[in-house]
Unconditional design. Structure first.
Length: 460
């Protein structure tokens, strides 16, 4: 077999391949065997029909077509390996010559990964938010914890903000009660902004045993989006009582004996969260600066496929689970379809560039992924997916996605190399050493590179 490579542009090549006919013999034999199993000829047992009879009855052309279809993937792969090409997607194959007994010639156009030059990235400098925890931050955290331990008690007065009510609801559209517009025993906290627009204003000042009526646009059900007249009956009013912020509360809500110990722990946790945010911010900003340093040509078809994949996932998975279509989503977001398409394309380009550059860095820095690193990454991914590690691992193996996970870990390590070489300062001008936050940083890297590559796409 002879092959030659012609570069059409930085991301596409044309392979020209010539195959001597004798190299088609295994595929020809397989073609005769396959046809033998599919046809019946009087006077011959099934599977024992001579080749000359098959040629006479069904035509030599049918045999050649079957043989070529069987052989093309093998010869194409050999040509790709011979040319040391890193191909993307499926080739467009054109048979240019087929002479029985002499020669098979074909061309194959296919997208390839562009050759990238990674410049010196040690001069990258980024600024991130400083880790600062104020007394107000701690107060807010403690109040949130306090709110979780609130109790309720029935009261004989009109409903007010913060009260927990028990309600009966009845919705009418055009004067008719909807079949799915009646609900009883609904628990609702006044001021939470849940359920229906206008309900807070309607129930404030209403005592148990009384009712009010208001109009609102229904958010779901058979009459979703329609204006309805809603009758709300208050059957019970309960006030929320918050515990005192003292040592008793600390013992109730935590493992600490004193309230001061609880506040100290809140400060520590908030600092850890802000360090995590700082590490994530560093990853994102360093990656953005790295993308600016490298010119990355993108195959048009790969970009178009990635845009379509992102749009499909949004419409059929994310929005579908929320009961929305694209038009409603765009209305909520205040975007036109043109703006949405432009943003999706921009995100897809960034995802592809990120993957290309980080994969090139993996090769340049000769980074490997250990079994321990892969296992840790799998555990994180399982947790974020809501599946058990065993379930997630089984799904990954059955879906043939292990190489994808290995790629994610390797790209995270590549970005870590760049971050380590970069200068990261906080908003106070202090240089940040992320080495002390390895676990946090690794998590941020993995999540950051996955987000940039967009749902682990493209798998190239």
């Amino acid at each position: 077999m002879k092959s030659a490579v012609e570069t059409l542009n930085p991301t596409r090549v044309r392979l020209t391949v010539e195959v001597p006919f004798e190299e088609l013999k295994p595929s020809l034999d397989a073609a005769y065997k396959k046809i033998n199993q599919q046809v019946t000829v009087k006077g011959f047992r099934k599977g024992k029909i001579p080749a000359r009879v098959i040629d006479q009855r069904f035509g030599r052309g049918a045999v050649l077509e079957e043989a070529v279809n069987d052989a093309l993937p093998k010869f194409y792969t050999e040509a790709v390996n011979e040319g040391e090409l890193n191909v993307l997607g499926q080739p467009e194959v054109d048979i240019t010559e087929l002479k029985d007994g002499e020669l098979l010639a074909f061309t194959a156009e296919v997208d390839i990964r562009p050759a990238l030059e990674i410049p010196d990235y040690s001069g990258i400098e980024v600024e991130v938010d400083a880790v600062e925890v104020s007394d107000e931050d701690i107060d807010k955290s403690v109040e949130q914890l306090r709110d979780r331990f609130a109790t309720t008690a029935p009261v004989e007065r009109a409903a007010q903000d913060g009260d927990v009510l028990t309600l009966n609801l009845e919705a009418k559209v055009d004067g008719e009660v909807l079949e799915d517009g009646v609900a009883e025993g609904v628990t609702y906290t006044v001021g939470s902004g849940e359920l229906l627009d206008g309900i807070d204003e309607a129930v404030k000042g209403v005592e148990a045993g009384n009712s009010a009526t208001f109009t609102s646009e229904l958010k779901g059900g058979s009459a979703e989006g329609k204006e309805a007249e809603v009758k709300v009956e208050v059957t019970e009013v309960k006030s929320r009582e918050l515990p005192e912020l003292d040592d008793d509360f600390a013992q109730l809500a935590s493992e600490f004996d004193t309230f001061e110990e609880l506040r100290a722990d809140s400060r520590k946790r908030l600092e850890q969260m802000k360090k995590y945010d700082q590490a994530t911010q560093a990853q994102e900003k360093v990656l953005d600066e790295l993308l600016k340093l490298v010119e990355v040509p993108i195959p048009e078809k790969l970009l178009a496929d990635e845009v379509e994949t992102r749009k499909h996932n949004l419409v059929n998975h994310q929005l579908g689970q929320m009961g929305l279509d694209l038009a409603k989503y765009l209305e909520i977001q205040g975007k036109s379809e043109e703006e949405f398409d432009a943003e999706t394309k921009e995100q897809a380009e960034k995802g592809i560039k990120t993957q290309f550059i980080l994969d090139e860095l993996v090769n340049k820095e000769k980074l490997n992924v250990s079994q321990e690193e892969l296992t840790e990454h799998l555990m994180r991914r399982a947790q974020s997916s809501g599946m058990s590690p065993d379930q997630f691992a089984q799904a990954v193996v059955e879906g043939g996605q292990v190489p994808m996970l290995v790629g994610e870990v390797a790209r995270g390590k590549a970005l870590a190399v760049v971050v380590e070489a970069a200068t990261v300062k906080d908003s106070n001008g202090e240089v940040i050493d992320l080495d002390d936050e390895d676990e946090t940083a690794e998590t941020a890297e993995a999540e950051g590179t996955e987000a940039a590559a967009a749902d682990e796409k493209p798998e190239v």
